[in-house]
Design a protein around this ligand. Structure first.
Ligand code: CP3
Length: 322
């Protein structure tokens, strides 16, 4: 997720070579390199393309920069007139660079390793555009409660651009795509259906119209007891889940065949090998392997020691065989 790579010395080296984070995202050779770096170190089954959820608003013409030590800073969208400057992003240099990274990775990756493409969900991306930075969502939730017409317009535009962006990644070689709704958990039940579920459902409908067989993962982070609704109402094939959600609970409410991804608390990776192995075994025990994609419940902390991931992978493989 967004912290990905920063715990690896080889990532830091390539990142320094690229100059800025966005230059790294838009240099297909370097983006492919950092996508592949974890696969050289670990016996893992999938790669996620190196990009960011904020590439969609950037391609739509919304100003974006990443400020060292602060994170993303965006031009704000807070009215109908602000929407006028936005394009669809179709055929943008940003979309083409990511598609080029995907095809480069696919051509270098063993066929047995899955490649995951991704985008942000409209609620999360709209929140960044409304607030202009990542630390706040109060105003975004305020305009959601107000049902401001321009917010629905913004979300509809994000749906259209995200469908195109995901399809481009699939056409370039992504085996599956994941939709990240990092701030879904902050939506009350009153807003959840309208702003998390509905726009994601529309994206999935649009992608499936062009690529019916590509499985889609939705990570509505913090959805907790509402993951069941996300699964049954969006049309996705797999659910990303945060560390706070109980896998036993999820298993009790999801239909057979539903796939779950994630759940290991990234903070645990700062603990000892024993604690990590024990927790991994616990997760594998409560989720049948054929329907669980082992992963963390959120981004890896930059201070994580790379060796602990070897422990995780070994513990997963051991638990799977045992
Ligand atoms: O494994 C990978 O390479 C995954 C690529 C990836 C990134 N961002 C690269 C990135 C993915 C899947 C994302 C998703 C993303 N980006 C999300 C959704 C998932 C989540 O983590 O909740 C969100 C909300 C973003 C937005 C974003 N991008 C923020 C808020 C930040 C700053 C984070 C911080 O703590 O500084 C980013 C930057 C970002 N995106 C980095 C990476 C590797 C760090 C850039 C760096 O400093 O090198």
């Amino acid at each position: 997720m967004r912290q990905a790579g920063r715990y690896l010395p080889e990532y830091k080296k390539t990142r320094a070579q690229a100059g800025s984070f966005l230059d790294l995202c838009y240099s297909p050779d370097l983006a492919a390199e950092v996508t592949l770096q974890p696969l050289r170190r670990y016996d893992i089954d999938a790669a996620i393309i190196f990009a960011d959820i904020l590439i969609v608003p950037h391609a739509m013409g919304n100003g974006l920069s990443f400020v060292e030590g602060e994170g993303p800073v965006l031009e704000t969208v807070r009215s109908t007139s602000d929407l006028a400057r936005l394009r669809t992003g179709f055929e943008s240099a940003q979309f083409s660079s990511v598609a080029a990274s995907v095809s480069k990775v696919r051509s270098e990756l063993n066929r047995s390793i899955s490649l995951i493409g991704f985008c942000g969900a409209p609620w999360t991306v709209a929140s960044y555009m409304i607030e202009g930075r990542g630390s706040e969502r109060e105003y975004a939730r305020h305009v959601a409660y107000q049902r401001e017409p321009w917010l629905f317009d913004l979300i509809d535009r994000l749906v259209v651009s995200s469908i195109e962006y995901l399809c481009l990644q699939i056409e370039a070689g992504a085996d599956t795509v994941q939709i990240f709704d990092s701030w879904a958990g902050e939506l009350t039940d009153e807003l959840f259906g309208e702003f998390c579920v509905e726009p994601i459902r529309k994206i999935i409908l649009g992608v499936k119209a062009r690529h019916p067989d590509v499985p889609i993962i939705v990570f509505a982070k913090g959805a907790n007891y509402r993951h069941g609704a996300v699964y049954s109402e969006t049309g996705c094939q797999a659910l990303g889940v945060e560390a706070e959600c109980s896998l036993d609970y999820l298993r009790s409410i999801l239909p057979r065949g539903a796939v779950v991804q994630g759940n290991l608390d990234p903070l645990l990776l700062l603990c000892s090998d024993e604690i990590v192995s024990r927790q991994v075994a616990k997760i594998v025990k409560s989720a049948p392997m054929e329907s669980h994609i082992f992963n963390l419940g959120h981004g890896i902390r930059p201070q994580t020691k790379p060796e602990i991931l070897t422990t995780v992978v070994k513990a997963v493989r051991h638990a799977d065989n045992g």
